[in-house]
Design a protein around this ligand. Structure first.
Ligand code: NAP
Length: 444
């Protein structure tokens, strides 16, 4: 029996699902990994920080999956525009939505629509060369920048704003971002956390890195730190992260011109300015215990943080797709604990569980979604029937009829080689950031 699976989204969640399907069905699995961009690897290419190259090495594993028998990359095809989910469900035995969570959660405070307020999906996409954000206006002429959120994305954004051009140039950061950042006037970076150091979701390595930047200096207000003995209750990894924050509270400033100020116990309440962001108004908070742990409660005490750039790093939402149920309150597809939306249609990765975890967290997700598909095939539930046929050929015919120029893995390999050849000295690659330029290179 052949099982035809369409995986939508060529990021980590998509590739781990493909890997799990190959492990389960071996040569009987025929998998099309479809992506709206001509390039594979999703968040590895456009989300992981450009100066964290070791994390990107995992693409070798995805490449091996793609080069194995039975797997195709089908790029430059957008589900909902070029082909519908209903059409895919009619061709394939199972469709897995691994489309991530590419939209910023809105901050929801007055002034959050002012120019200068952007979300981390946009800012990260801009410096990582995602085609959607190549023309994002990023105001860098004010001395202040406020970054809302106490997760690793906030740290990534602060680090990129704080690094020198030589520190950035040896990464695969987009050239347009280096060009803009070299003229940046930003000197005071504020990382705003509505709760305290113990509640921050930074990881140890990411927090620690801020202590080793060439021109930037992290600052923690000693009064924001809980008593030292309270750290004993923390999980060891988290305790180490808090130890970094304690170290930052005792650091001599030296002559570094840029400060990264951790503003714990501050809740954003408004962005103000004359036609653009000029200050973020924050309210001091205190913690109150609730049924789901501690929550931040405003004290009424307000402060203004001067800034021309506000980056909200407060979480993401999955795209909606016609014909697929969506849970707006969760910002993702509603599914059971294995990723089943309904038999035949599944979700994996951030589209299934929301924007949390590391790249590796998507691996068990991929295996559990394949378990669900296998169970549905075994019981003959719903659309999953193991109906056979050549779904890939049928998709190609549909795309050709609609004039959609899909890209394949061989073309990606050519683009990959071209980007590596173009790289700045010491950098791993220089990305093409416009789809038209990618296609011109791919089809040359
Ligand atoms: P995150 O870790 O969930 O952090 C989101 C932050 O936003 C939290 O501090 C949260 O505060 C805050 N927040 C949410 N709504 C807010 C609001 N309305 N006002 C103020 N603050 C608000 O998410 P993330 O940083 O976006 O990262 C997403 C996932 O990717 C995480 O699992 C992260 O570890 C991972 N990641 C990993 C790396 C790496 O390993 N190098 C790099 C980047 C991202 P509360 O806690 O109070 O809700």
């Amino acid at each position: 029996m052949t099982i035809n699976i369409a995986i939508i989204g060529a990021g980590p969640a998509g590739y781990y699902a493909a890997e799990a399907a190959l492990k389960h069905w071996g040569g009987a699995a025929k998998i099309d990994i479809i992506d709206r961009l001509p390039t594979p690897y999703g968040l590895i290419r456009a989300g992981v920080a450009p100066d964290h190259q070791s994390i990107k090495a995992v693409t070798k594993r995805y490449e091996a999956t793609n080069l194995g028998a039975g797997v195709r990359f089908v790029g430059n095809v957008m589900i909902g525009r070029d082909v519908s989910v209903a059409e895919l469900l009619a061709l394939y035995d199972a469709v897995v939505l691994s489309i991530g969570a590419p939209h910023d959660k809105p901050v929801g405070i007055p002034g959050d629509d002012l120019p200068g307020v952007i979300g981390s999906a946009a800012f990260v996409g801009w410096y990582n060369g995602h085609p959607d954000f190549a023309d994002l206006p990023v105001p860098l002429s004010h001395h202040g920048a406020a970054i809302i959120g106490n997760g690793n994305v906030a740290i990534d954004c602060a680090r990129i704003l704080a690094k020198t051009v030589p520190e950035l140039a040896v990464s695969d950061i987009a050239q347009h971002a280096v060009d803009a950042l070299q003229h940046s006037a930003i000197r005071d970076i504020h990382i705003i956390g509505r709760r305290g150091p113990h509640q921050a979701s930074f990881t140890t390595k990411e927090a620690g890195e801020l202590g080793h930047l060439e021109r930037a200096h992290p600052v923690v207000r000693p009064g924001d730190l809980p008593p030292l003995e309270a750290d004993a209750a923390l999980e060891p990894g988290h305790r180490k992260m808090v130890t970094h924050l304690r170290g930052f509270a005792g650091l001599e400033r030296g002559d570094k011109p840029v400060t990264i100020n951790f503003e714990f116990f501050r809740r954003p309440v408004a962005v103000e300015g004359n036609g653009k962001a000029e200050r973020l108004i924050v309210e001091t908070t205190r913690l109150e215990d609730g049924p789901e742990g501690s929550r931040a409660v405003g004290t009424g005490e307000l402060h203004a943080i001067p800034c021309g750039l506000v980056i909200a790093c407060i979480g993401y939402r999955t795209s909606t797709i016609e014909g697929v149920p969506y849970a707006p309150e969760l910002g993702r597809f509603p599914c059971d604990d294995k990723g089943r939306i309904f038999p035949g249609l599944y979700a994996s990765g951030w589209a299934r569980r929301g924007p949390s975890g590391t790249i590796g967290t998507n691996r068990p997700d991929g295996f559990s979604v394949i378990d669900a598909i296998a169970a549905d095939v075994a019981t003959g539930s719903g659309l999953v029937a193991g109906r056979g046929g050549d779904a890939s050929a049928a998709l190609d015919a549909l795309l050709a009829e609609r004039g959609v120029g899909a890209t394949d893995f061989g073309q990606w390999q050519r683009l990959d080689a071209a980007e590596v050849t173009r790289a700045r000295p010491g950098a791993p690659r220089e990305k093409l950031v416009r789809v038209a330029d990618m296609l011109a290179t791919l089809f040359r």
